[in-house]
Design a protein. Structure first.
Length: 366
């Protein structure tokens, strides 16, 4: 009897435990179902925060073109040189109208020789596709035989600057000083930048190590010396005498005892009408430079960075000419023909054979 009761008690305990386990399992599953995503209550969306608008940075305006030189003859013939973005097309405007244009080279240099300015007042400005010049150059061209040329540069917020009064004389005429000169690299290479010629005139612009002494040649005839400026730039102006033809501009950087430290040259073709100042009957030789091609350059401070040659001696060979006759006509002695030959050796293979139409540069002084 007792054994039977014991078995019944154990069985009852098992049933109770099983019932408790079932209740616990159902409660656990219910809790798990409440934590599933489908059973979770929807939450209200978070409010969007208003972010303040940050303005885009303003685009930097490109620097406009600028004038370096505006040199004007009483006849209205002008030379305009300056700088702009490399490769850009530069337009020269007079009183708001385009009168000429050119392309700036890889260094940003350009030269323009516009059609002669008529008598009267002209406001010159520069323009590229991206920007316009801040400077304005006022040029007053007189009536023939009356008054003088006047060139004045103006820029907003700065006093006006007279850069030429009267006919251009000397290397400083028409030279516009930049607002700030930054010393150039002493190791900068010697180079020729812009070369422009028209109606007997020539303008050459280049750069190199500041303070270096150079000798500038046309073909192999020395024309002038130049000391490269503190901004690393130099130029040469020939006011008249260049005839039509093919030429080479050569620049030698001279060291001690006339040793050539660097040499550059650029070919160019002079087009347009020939200047009547040079012919086979009247030859005006260019002024003699301070030193010869292989001699030591001057050591004084008188050598300019922008020399000017007022009259260039060139000649076009005519039928019946020979070097002896040309030399006698130019220098008063036929036996100096070797001077002409040496200065134009690239064109003269045989001193006894020259041909009509050839253009020779006449070295100064013979």
């Amino acid at each position: 009897m007792n054994a039977r009761l014991s078995r019944l008690a154990v069985l009852g305990l098992v049933v109770v435990l099983a019932a408790g386990a079932g209740i616990f399992a159902r409660q656990y599953l219910a809790e798990q179902n409440e934590l599933t995503p489908d059973a979770m209550p929807e939450q209200a969306p978070l409010p969007k925060l208003a972010m303040p608008e940050v303005p885009a940075p303003a685009a930097q305006q490109p620097a406009g073109p600028g004038f370096d030189v505006v040199r004007v003859e009483p006849t209205g013939d002008a030379i305009v040189a300056g700088r702009a973005a490399p490769g850009s097309e530069v337009e020269l405007l007079a009183n708001g109208g385009v009168i000429d244009k050119t392309l700036a080279n890889e260094a940003g240099e350009f030269v323009i020789m516009p059609p002669p300015l008529s008598p009267g007042s002209h406001e010159l400005t520069l323009r590229t596709k991206e920007a316009a010049s801040r400077q304005a150059v006022t040029v007053s061209v007189p009536e023939p035989g009356k008054g003088e040329v006047l060139v004045v540069v103006g820029e907003p917020g700065k006093p006006s600057q007279v850069v030429q009064a009267g006919a251009p004389q000397g290397p400083g005429a028409g030279l516009i000083q930049p607002p700030a000169i930054v010393a150039a690299d002493q190791a900068a290479p010697l180079r020729i930048g812009a070369v422009e010629s028209e109606n007997g005139r020539l303008y050459v612009q280049g750069s190199g190590p500041p303070g270096a002494r150079t000798v500038i040649y046309l073909n192999d005839a020395p024309l002038a010396e130049a000391e490269i400026g503190t901004d690393g730039r130099w130029s040469l102006t020939v006011e008249r005498g260049l005839t039509k033809g093919d030429y080479r501009v050569r620049v030698d950087q001279a060291g001690e005892a006339g040793k050539v430290l660097a040499r550059v040259e650029v070919p160019f073709t002079a087009e347009g009408s020939s200047d009547p100042a040079s012919s086979s009957t009247e030859i005006a030789a260019a002024p003699k430079p301070a030193s010869g091609p292989e001699s030591e350059p001057q050591t004084t401070a008188s050598v300019p960075s922008n020399p000017v040659v007022a009259q260039l001696g060139t000649i076009e060979v005519r039928r019946g000419d020979n070097l002896w006759r040309i030399s006698r006509k130019a220098y008063g002695a036929g036996d100096r023909y070797s001077t002409i030959y040496q200065a134009n050796s690239d064109q003269i293979r045989d001193p006894d054979r020259i041909y009509p139409g050839q253009i020779f540069v006449m070295p100064p002084g013979g």
